[in-house]
Design a protein around this ligand. Sequence first.
Ligand code: 5RP
Length: 227
Amino acid sequence: MSADQQKQAAGEAAAALVEAGMVVGLGTGSTAAWFVKALAARNPGVTCVATSAATAALAQGLGLKIAELGETREIDLTVDGADEIGPGLSLIKGGGAALLREKLVWEASKRCVVIADAAKRVAVLGAFPLPIEVVPFGHKTTALRICDALVENDIGVAPRLRMRAGAPVLTDNGNYIYDAACGAIAEPAAVAFALKSVTGVVDHGLFLDLADLALIGGPDGVSRLEP
Ligand code: 5RP
């Protein structure tokens, strides 16, 4: 089973969790896209809140109704991918630069389900570079302060500005992304706190104590993991 087939299986398993009348949060990325497609096929009447312009466009193209965050009653269920899934369903997200809207939607949801292929599971978070969303004004100064915050947590790495075609990647919010190749994040909660304390950092890709369930596609089908 290829990674993409595993993502598809996880997305389809998550779509089976959606009931009529639910408000559903839609994640961003290739795995979340499988969920959106399966949802549109199974349950086209639900109202959805998207975590990115790309996901909103995909969902609307498939006939799903999109509402803004805060314009619906509470979100019943959000389904989203991840870049790494560590112990206790701690996550690194933001490989697709949507981490801020993703976290806003996750935090507004009654239940959050992460879907992924088996390669996303790790014993320790940090091999995947940690995305950090930063306001453009003074971003080089902010990057130095991020570096200091990481060093205080025994992570000696300089975050790198994410570039595409010679220009900084812009998030849907008009911000930049710095990626910190931490290697291993021994204390994710401490790192999360330190990064949020840096003025100029809007948010980071550590999603801690947010996922209620993981559906992981693998060679033997989809397995369920709880925190
Ligand atoms: C986007 C994300 C994605 O969920 C994450 O990057 C996983 O992507 P994919 O499902 O394509 O592997 O956090 O910001």
